[in-house]
Write a protein that binds this ligand. Structure first.
Ligand code: SF4
Ligand code: SF4
Length: 453
């Protein structure tokens, strides 16, 4: 009986690891597939040998081995409900959009705006000058330059810019009333139908909003948005494209998803205005709110080591947009996921992977009254301006970023619910995919050669 149990265990382990290898191959993760198939042959071998070779004390050793296997499985996979204590993550002061690195990047030397900004924030001048001398995003002289893929990205960014004029607009004079719970359900379903991956609703708080605007005609003006509600939603970034970063497909995918999210946001805002209530879409380069903060409070995830939103099924591999509005809605409770913060505390893979050395290896610190992680935006952006793309190595390598499939969702389930599994999951991810996974190769269709004639 004991030997049958052991051989069943060995066969189950072999089948499991072979399945992992096949699924990894399908996901084009060749290294993981190779390692899983090697493990499928190595790990069950001692058990098979124990079954084949007869020697004195075999039954005792088999019993001990079986006991250890069962005990380890129980310890590793046992879900234990833990009440995580949420640290303070409410900001003391609102952020000024003029401090955002993308906004500072647009300041032109010799202008009043430039002088006034660096008079106020002299410590920013030196780090900012490092990206100012680099070629720049989508620059033909950047290290990852590709005229075809850069043109694709620029096309998506330009189309997205054209949405800015329709983020806000006239409100219908006739107000249509609805039950807030039913309307919220409708909005969530419809937003997902338009292409969103997850949707949540929260009250719009002061700390969600920038204090002073930094873009276009809003530069230096107070942000005035008195809407009561905020609808946050995510769109998925394609795993393969991000996994090719810092090569050009990463920035193509970013641009594409900024546009997708923007298209959804302007439709949602227009829909609410058609019902007779104010609504404004917050899309790329046209924000009044800090989207990840809103999304976190709307229950869509937590802010991890990269300082961006980490969602339960796609990790950081999302873009977030927001619609603020006045139509009465049912808000979602934020369900604080301390397991994600705990995982980030010891994983640190993004920090090891980051080619710009922009992600901290340290524990969370207090920033503006809230405990969290903050990346070095200047270092990250300088790397972007040298490569010409928005890199994405951190996002691609994060153990939470694996595709939204049964295999990865089972792993994410145990990371969330089983504390011992959570401690070893990052190491397992390293063993399978590597601590610093290499970018995926470009596909044939992405390799267009420039004709000389
Ligand atoms: S790579 Fe690890 S530390 Fe970084 S965000 Fe993902 S889970 Fe957190
Ligand atoms: S995008 Fe690249 S440079 Fe920026 S933090 Fe992530 S890995 Fe580092």
């Amino acid at each position: 009986m004991l030997h049958i149990l052991l051989i069943l265990f060995a066969s189950g382990l072999f089948l499991l690891l072979t399945t992992v290898a096949i699924l990894s191959k399908i996901e084009k993760e060749d290294k993981a597939a190779g390692r899983a198939i090697a493990a499928a042959f190595i790990f069950p071998t001692p058990v098979v040998l124990l079954w084949i070779i007869d020697f004195p004390g075999r039954d005792l050793i088999s019993s001990i081995l079986m006991g250890l296997i069962i005990l380890s499985a129980v310890i590793i996979f046992m879900p234990i409900p833990i009440r995580y204590k949420k640290a303070n993550d409410k900001l003391t002061d609102q952020y000024d959009e003029r401090d955002v690195v993308f906004v500072r990047h647009k300041l032109k030397e010799g202008t009043d705006q430039f002088d006034q900004y660096y008079d106020r924030r002299p410590e920013k001048l030196e780090p900012d000058n490092k990206y100012r001398i680099a070629p720049g995003l989508l620059s033909p002289s950047s290290s990852m330059a590709d005229p075809f893929m850069y043109s694709s990205a620029a096309a998506s960014f330009t189309t997205c810019e054209n949405l800015i004029d329709i983020c806000d607009g006239p409100v219908s004079e006739t107000q249509i009333q609805a039950n807030p719970a039913e309307l919220s359900r409708y909005i969530k379903k419809w937003t997902k139908h338009l292409g969103a991956h997850s949707v949540g609703i929260t009250l719009l708080k002061n700390e969600h909003k920038y204090s002073i605007g930094g873009r276009g005609g809003q530069y230096g003006k107070p942000v005035e948005n008195s809407h009561k509600f905020a609808i946050a939603f995510t769109v998925e970034m394609d795993f393969d494209s991000i996994n090719k970063g810092p090569q050009a497909p990463a920035v193509m995918e970013s641009a594409k998803q900024y546009l997708n999210a923007g298209t959804i946001a302007v439709q949602l805002a227009s829909f609410i205005r058609n019902l007779g209530y104010e609504a404004r879409a917050h899309i790329d380069a046209h924000y009044e709110v800090i989207c990840p903060l809103v999304a976190r409070d709307a229950g869509l995830g937590e802010l991890g080591r990269m300082g961006i939103l980490m969602t339960p099924t796609l990790g950081p591999r999302v873009r977030v947009n927001v619609v603020t509005c006045d139509i009465p809605l049912m808000i979602d409770e934020r369900n604080y996921d301390g397991s994600m913060i705990e995982f980030c505390s010891h994983c640190k893979k993004c920090a090891d992977v980051c080619p710009g050395r922009a992600i901290s290896q340290e524990d969370r610190k207090m920033f503006n009254g809230a405990l969290g992680w903050k990346i070095d935006h200047e270092k990250c952006f300088t790397y972007w301006c040298n490569t010409g793309t928005d890199c994405g190595r951190c996002m691609a390598s994060c153990p939470y970023s694996h595709p939204d499939t049964l295999m990865h969702n089972v792993i994410r389930y145990f990371i969330r619910h089983a504390p011992v599994f959570r401690r070893i999951a990052a190491t397992m991810d390293d063993l399978l995919y590597g601590r610093k996974p290499k970018p995926m190769d470009l596909e044939e269709w992405e390799k267009v050669m420039i004709s000389k004639d």
